[in-house]
Design a protein around this ligand. Structure first.
Ligand SMILES: Cc1cc2nc3c(=O)[nH]c(=O)nc-3n(C[C@H](O)[C@H](O)[C@H](O)COP(=O)(O)OP(=O)(O)OC[C@H]3O[C@@H](n4cnc5c(N)ncnc54)[C@H](O)[C@@H]3O)c2cc1C
Length: 448
């Protein structure tokens, strides 16, 4: 039997950053990070195969939130900005890849929306806000305010791109709180955007938002945290359950070991926390089980540049559900960041599966590859076969914040008050991005 003041379950970015922040505040804290896998990092996994630097999960983080950049600075590692071509994005509209304009004037001149779709979008200014604080789906909120066409062509694709989710189930309030509250605060989205622009004009000019990573990929962040925390990390130690006796939590590991701790933070996925908590609180466990985690596969392809007729200087493309395709979208990793592919080659990564097509994510390897290529080849005018292929499978990929998510969080918070020094953190609750995970760890560390 071992012991620690604090046990953190899960060595993904949430658990690791939390341990780092706690130790920054008090280096004497006795902390153990217990990780089920032989490697740490969770959904951050970077592999260098045949000269292709592949991200199996997390691709990067956005520059518009400070938390990851600030942590990188503290760790003395240099973030890498996405290239200019990473601003060039496409959406599949009526079978054709259509460029997403980067300013409002170009948007109104582009063929992305029909004339009536554009007029409907402008009418948003005159649509009165809903007064009640209802938990509406993304589909309902966006169609009501900006019109069905805008929703189906743009927002559906965006929701899929971030969450691999189903916007007819996802909660607007929980997934895109800033946009949701524009209606509440300013009476509408256009009104809100105008007001924000005015506020920003008065403040210092902000550089535009870009995707960021590191030269060695996202694993650089994990390696840097590991080098500072290594003596405290227990790898290959799955936590089965926790229970509580005499003001101590007993953390039961799969290998039969037990770690006693005064404080426990579960920084693992909600479905795992549900298992771990079933003895301590069935009530909490039952709520955690209701957060869906659909499967998602990432299929990486390496092509010679000249094989791709469409061109290669772009971020990638997304596919709205209405197009009825079998991939959710594809990123041109080697155009976003340098050194992702050998000279003369292009690294593409396609996403398959998600909430609306879970069965596709789990197709056998050959079928998965054929499915992705049968979509990619005609869309990008690709000649010949890829010279490099790598599949990353996530059986339980991204937590879905569906309608009722906030109620679940409130209820869980109430139940947790019965268990002193027991916390839940990670991407299942208040923000799924790496930026959100780090920011939430920082906030949680402040409670200690
Ligand atoms: C394919 C994919 C692409 C993504 N791309 C991006 C992106 O580009 N940008 C972005 O910001 N976000 C992205 N995300 C979201 C990303 O998952 C999160 O932002 C973040 O990495 C989650 O970190 P976490 O530590 O909360 O959870 P996880 O990374 O899931 O880590 C949880 C850890 O807990 C461990 N664990 C589980 N059960 C137990 C147990 N019983 N005992 C001990 N340990 C346990 C796991 O092994 C894991 O290491 C992506 C997600 C996926 C799946």
């Amino acid at each position: 039997m071992g012991s620690a003041e604090i046990v953190i379950v899960g060595g993904g970015i949430s658990g690791l950053s939390l341990a780092y922040f706690l130790l920054q505040k008090n280096p004497k804290l006795d902390i153990k990070i217990v990780e089920a896998e032989k490697r740490i990092g969770g959904k951050i996994v970077t592999e260098n195969v045949s000269g292709f630097l592949c991200e199996g999960g997390v691709n990067g983080f956005l520059s518009n939130k400070p938390s990851t950049i600030a942590l990188a600075k503290e760790l003395n590692i240099e973030p890498l900005r996405g290239s200019e071509s990473s601003k060039i994005r496409y959406i599949l509209i009526n079978g054709k890849l259509t460029r997403v304009p980067d300013n409002p004037i170009k948007f109104f001149l582009s063929p992305l929306l029909t004339f009536s779709g554009k007029i409907r979008m402008l009418k948003e200014y005159f649509i009165p806000p809903i007064k009640e604080n209802i938990d509406e789906t993304i589909e309902s909120f966006v169609s009501r305010r900006v019109g069905r066409e805008f929703y189906e062509k743009l927002i559906d694709a965006m929701s899929t791109g971030i969450y691999a989710g189903d916007p007819s189930k996802m909660s607007m309030k929980s997934c895109f709180p800033k946009v949701y509250f524009l209606e509440k605060k300013y009476g509408g989205l256009i009104k809100g955007l105008i007001a924000l622009k005015k506020e920003k004009k008065d403040a210092k000019a902000q550089p535009s938002t870009v995707l960021m990573s590191f030269k060695g990929g996202m694993k650089e962040l994990i390696q840097s945290l590991e080098s500072r925390l290594s003596s405290r990390i227990l790898k290959g130690k799955k936590v089965l359950i926790i229970d509580r006796t005499n003001n101590y939590y007993s953390v039961h590991l799969e290998d039969g070991d037990i770690v006693e701790a005064e404080r426990v933070i579960l920084a693992c996925p909600a479905h795992e926390s549900a298992e771990i908590l079933q003895v301590l609180s069935k009530e909490l466990s039952d709520i955690l089980k209701t957060i869906p985690y659909p499967p998602l596969s990432v299929v990486a392809f390496g092509f010679r540049r000249e094989q791709i007729g469409f061109g290669t200087s772009l971020y990638g493309f997304l596919i709205p559900y209405r197009e009825k395709r079998k991939i959710l979208g594809t990123l041109f990793d080697s155009s976003i960041f340098p050194n992702r592919a050998p000279e003369g080659y292009v690294l593409l990564r396609s996403m398959i599966g998600g909430r609306r097509a879970p069965e596709l994510a789990m197709l056998p390897d050959e079928k998965l590859i054929d499915t992705a290529l049968s979509e990619l080849k005609p869309l990008l005018s690709i000649k010949g076969e890829p010279e490099f292929i790598k599949i990353f499978r996530w059986e339980k990929a991204i937590p879905q914040y569906e309608v009722g998510h906030e109620d679940k969080l409130n209820l869980m918070e109430q139940i947790l008050t019965k268990f002193p020094w027991l916390y839940l953190t990670g991407n299942a609750y208040r923000g799924i991005s790496v930026n959100d995970c780090i920011e939430n760890s920082l906030k949680l560390a402040d409670k200690f």
